[in-house]
Design a protein around this ligand. Structure first.
Ligand code: GDP
Length: 203
C-alpha cells in the first residue's frame, strides 16, 4: 500500500466512554460513523495506510467504545462504534445513543463527522438522526458512500443520487469510496484536510 502519499503516521491514543476519559490531545478532531459492516474499518485502514489499525476498534471490549487515533500528528480521528448489530439489546442501543450524543455535544475539538453509507443500501432513521445531531451541534458533515466497486459504472450515479437524496444532500456533497480500488482516497483526504484545517493536501 505504498500508493497513499497522504498518510504519514497513525497511532492509537486510547478508548473511552465518558468525557472525563476522552484524550487531552489538543488537535482538531474528526469522528467516523457508520453501521456495522459498512466498511468503516477498511476505510480507516486505507485512509491512514495501516493495514490493521482499525482492528484496535474491533478487539473484544472495544467495539462499544469511542476509539481515538492521532493521524499525521495533525488531527485526531475518533472511530465511533458501529451501529446496527441486530443482536444488541435495546438497552445497549440506548446507552450507545447516549454515548454518541454526549460525545457530539461536548467534545470541543470535534469539527467534522464523517458518515459512511453503503452505496447499495437506503439510509435509515439512524443515519438521519445522526445528521440531525451533527447539524444541531454545529458540526460539519462529511458523507461518504462506500463499496462503489460493487456497482457497475453506469449504476453508480443513480445509486449515489438516491443515497444523497434520502440524506437530504446534493450528490456532489457525497464522496464515492472504495477500499478495494482506492477510489476516493484523494478527494477524501482533500475534504479532511480542508475540514480539519490541516494543509497537507493542496487543491
Ligand atoms: P465495518 O464493520 O464497518 O468496520 O466494516 P469492515 O471494514 O470490516 O468491512 C465489512 C466487509 O465489507 C468486509 O468483508 C470488507 O472486506 C468489505 N468491504 C469493506 N469496504 C469495501 C469496499 O470498499 N468494497 C468492497 N467490495 N468490499 C468492502
Amino acid at each position: 500500500m505504498a500508493d497513499n502519499p497522504f498518510a504519514r503516521s497513525a497511532t492509537y491514543i486510547k478508548s473511552a466512554v465518558y468525557p472525563k476519559d476522552y484524550p487531552d490531545e489538543d488537535y482538531p478532531e474528526l469522528a467516523v460513523a457508520g453501521r456495522s459492516n459498512v466498511g468503516k474499518s477498511s476505510l480507516i485502514n486505507k485512509l491512514v495506510n495501516r493495514r490493521r489499525l482499525a482492528k484496535v476498534s474491533n478487539t473484544p471490549g472495544r467495539t462499544q467504545l469511542l476509539n481515538f487515533f492521532l493521524v499525521n500528528e495533525r488531527f485526531v480521528l475518533c472511530d465511533l462504534p458501529g451501529y446496527g448489530y441486530a443482536k444488541v439489546p435495546d438497552r445497549v442501543k440506548a446507552n450507545w445513543g447516549r454515548m454518541i450524543e454526549t460525545y457530539l455535544s461536548t467534545r470541543g475539538a470535534l469539527g467534522t463527522v464523517m458518515l459512511l453509507v453503503d452505496v447499495r443500501r437506503t439510509p435509515g432513521q439512524w443515519e438521519t438522526d445522526l445528521i440531525a445531531w451533527v447539524s444541531q451541534y454545529g458540526l460539519a458533515l462529511l458523507p461518504v458512500v462506500t463499496k462503489i466497486d460493487k456497482l457497475s459504472p453506469s449504476k453508480r450515479k443513480p445509486a449515489i443520487a438516491k443515497v444523497a437524496g434520502v440524506l437530504g444532500l446534493a450528490p456532489k456533497q457525497v464522496v464515492p469510496w472504495s477500499a478495494v480500488t482506492g477510489e476516493g482516497l484523494e478527494s477524501l483526504w482533500r475534504r479532511i484536510d480542508r475540514l480539519t484545517g490541516t494543509s497537507d493536501v493542496r487543491d
